[in-house]
Design a protein around this ligand. Structure first.
Ligand SMILES: Nc1ncnc2c1ncn2[C@@H]1O[C@H](COP(=O)(O)OP(=O)(O)OP(=O)(O)O)[C@@H](O)[C@H]1O
Ligand SMILES: [Mg+2]
Length: 303
């Protein structure tokens, strides 16, 4: 077997708990074939001990038929420098899920709101954080025009709507204040913002990221320990580089992409901006069923 053939074999090895394989997750750093011996170098410090064992076992079992020696090396050095090591869990939050898109206007916020609301429908405690400093959407999507209050320690107390805790730049700046900050300042503001919110116990925190896959987004996903990301796109953009750029960005910080949501395909629903998420308003609608299916996948993935 050649090195490329070994790589092909490894593409059949699923990352435990995910439908994706370990090659596309970026765990396989190198493969070295010497006659009937193979050496596979893996970088997987972000995986739990149990997952690491599982991955080793799976790699050995696909290669042991063709090689008499299968040597698996775990690359600790490189992994120790990987950004994921600096990631911090937001206090009190069990699973953080990021909703991202390559472009604006594809329905990212609509998806984020409905995923959060569907998780809440299922009895989870849910927070929703709108990190889009230029175009915050939550005030409109959820019909909110209150301002959050602060604790004496200057922590922002999220607002509550439909049983979810929600926070948005829009609650602070007002819906139509033009925001003129640029690059690094936005990154700093955003970072500080998510550190300053008092979430308390949440099963899920859904992040509505700013559109795009630039530095701001990369900084955010680097800093937060995100369980997984969902990429939203439309049929027009699905085939092109937008989605790939998003996937590459999450790949850099070892965050699994749980799936791609193709929005605005088939029929178009009118009246999405009414202030009530569709999964709250009509749980039996076809759109709600679609969100329910997506949330099944998210629950499976984090489990
Ligand atoms: N499936 C859909 N059918 C019809 N309209 C939709 C659908 N999804 C979203 N929309 C509408 O498209 C517009 C953009 O949606 P949304 O604000 O969720 O996108 P976004 O990707 O978050 O945009 P932005 O980049 O500005 O943050 C909104 O008016 C929303 O109501
Ligand atoms: Mg939005």
């Amino acid at each position: 077997m050649t090195k490329d053939e070994v790589m092909e074999q490894l593409k059949g090895v699923k990352y435990p708990g995910f439908s994706r394989d370990i090659v596309s997750f970026g765990i396989v750093k190198s493969v070295d074939v010497q006659g009937d011996a193979v050496k596979v170098s893996l970088q997987m410090t972000s995986a739990s001990e149990a997952s690491q064992q599982e991955i080793r076992g799976r790699v050995v079992s696909v290669l042991e038929e063709d090689f008499s020696t299968v040597d698996i090396q775990v690359d600790q050095q490189a992994a120790a420098q990987a950004p994921v090591q600096q990631a911090e869990l937001i206090p009190g939050v069990k699973h953080t899920i990021a909703v991202a898109s390559g472009k604006g206007g594809v329905g990212k916020s609509t998806v984020a709101v409905n995923l959060a609301a569907e998780l809440m429908n299922r009895g989870h405690t849910v927070g929703l954080l709108d990190l889009d400093i230029y175009g915050p959407s939550l005030p409109i999507l959820l019909g909110i025009n209150e301002r959050p209050s602060m604790t004496p320690e200057k922590k922002l107390i999220p607002l509550e709507k439909f049983g979810m805790k929600v926070m948005s730049f829009g609650f602070l700046s007002g819906n139509d204040t033009p925001v003129i900050w640029r690059g690094p300042m936005v990154a700093r503001m955003t970072e500080q913002f998510f550190g300053d919110v008092l979430w308390e116990n949440l099963d899920y925190l859904i992040l509505d990221l700013p559109p795009g896959t630039g530095d701001i987004q990369l900084t955010l996903v680097q800093k937060l320990k995100i369980a997984g990301a969902v990429i939203v796109t439309t049929p027009q953009d699905l085939a092109v580089s937008d989605v790939r750029k998003g996937a590459d960005m999450f790949g850099k910080v070892h965050t699994p992409v749980l799936g791609v949501i193709e929005n605005m395909a088939g029929f178009v629903v009118s009246g999405f901006d009414e202030g009530t998420p569709i999964v709250v308003k009509d749980r039996q609608s076809p759109v709600s069923h679609a969100f329910s299916f997506i949330v099944d996948k998210i629950e499976e993935a984090v489990a």
